[in-house]
Ligand binder design. Structure first.
Ligand SMILES: [Zn+2]
Length: 347
């Protein structure tokens, strides 16, 4: 539900990720040495030893700061250090050069005495202090390559480190939230159902239908709810009431679709079936007609189950006309005009 509508969700905010995106802002201020009292205080009180970056040390001090620092791995996913002094980043496991050096120089890394030392420490100290000697031939070659990289990448060691983000220099909680949420590839049908001039209830209903989350008897059975019968209430064959049956293979709904001259190729998977029917229909108003018809079939089904009404085609037709009339009021002229014409001819 917290995914975007294009990704098959309802665009509801994921509170955990939202909270983390806002908390990570403290790391932005801290690592970029913002001119704020708590930042100065934290650096001077807790991190005067510049040989180890703050996130490589065991979290210390207040519960608040410990919790904020725990978010560093998430922060590191979209933040990158531009080293100056080199005291806020590790040489090996932080992505300050566009790549993780522990992966680029694995042999040299294996000779390293302390893997979590800062870049500053490695640059300032002699190899005797930072590495186990003697080095293998391969490690020596990698040490030369590392020297070249350090010479070309490092700015003046007088300037403090700065951290930038995959989207730019300024930290933006919204971008951080999107990054924490990640992306999911969803079928294009989810984008399709939210477009157009349908009523909100129709859109939400279709989202439930596409996700197979409509409260059919089959869903209640899956939720282990006991019913006397799980059979379809609209037809005499009485198979189990699934979404596929209720809206496409049920004799009642098939009669409805036939009246509207919409054919379903039931041999195809649901999405392809929908695409084929849309192509055969030949007009962009297919979406409004498909969704509103499904909605009215659902209303007739609810009338039968909850109000002891009969499954009446006449009543369904009146209901469909009413609902399409409401859709025409909301839709743009490009959709409303052909839809009105279609209603006059067909209903
Ligand atoms: Zn049925």
């Amino acid at each position: 539900m917290c995914r975007t509508k294009e990704e098959g969700g309802l665009n509801i905010i994921n509170l955990e990720n939202q909270n983390n995106a806002l908390l990570v802002k403290f790391l932005d201020k801290f690592y970029n040495h913002a001119s704020i009292p708590w930042v100065h205080l934290t650096w001077s009180k807790l991190y005067h030893n510049e040989n180890i970056p703050p996130h490589s040390k065991k979290p210390c001090d207040s519960f608040w700061w410990k919790d904020v620092l725990k978010l560093f791995p998430k922060f590191r996913d979209f933040a990158r250090c531009n080293p100056g002094k080199g005291n806020t980043t590790t040489l090996w496991s932080d992505n300050w050069s566009g790549q993780l050096l522990e992966e680029v120089f694995p042999q040299l890394h294996s000779f390293c005495r302390k893997k979590h030392w800062s870049l500053k420490h490695f640059v300032e100290k002699d190899p005797e202090v930072t590495l186990f000697l003697p080095l293998s031939e391969q490690a020596v070659e990698q040490l030369y390559e590392l020297d070249v990289l350090l010479t070309s990448s490092l700015e003046s060691q007088e300037t403090p480190d700065s951290w930038e983000y995959t989207w730019g220099n300024i930290f933006l909680p919204k971008k951080a939230y999107n990054h924490l949420q990640g992306q999911v590839n969803a079928p294009p049908i989810f984008k399709w159902i939210w477009k157009g001039g349908k009523l909100g209830k129709h859109k939400f209903f279709t989202w439930l239908l596409v996700r197979d989350r409509l409260c059919t008897r089959n869903l209640l059975k899956r939720k282990r709810m006991h019913l006397d019968s799980y059979a379809c209430a609209l037809c005499t064959h009485s198979p189990e009431e699934t979404c596929l049956h209720l809206f496409f293979t049920c004799t009642f709904s098939q009669t409805c679709w036939n009246l509207l001259q919409i054919d379903w190729d039931l041999d195809l998977p649901p999405q392809e079936m929908l695409i084929k029917a849309r192509v055969n229909f030949g007009s962009h108003i297919f979406r409004e007609i498909f969704i509103t018809t499904s909605w009215t079939i659902w209303k007739v089904r609810n009338g039968v189950i909850f109000d002891n009404k009969a499954a009446s085609l006449t009543e369904w037709k009146i209901l469909l006309k009413e609902e399409l009339g409401l859709v025409c009021l909301k839709a743009k002229r490009r959709t409303a005009d052909p839809l009105k014409l279609w209603c006059e001819n067909r209903l």
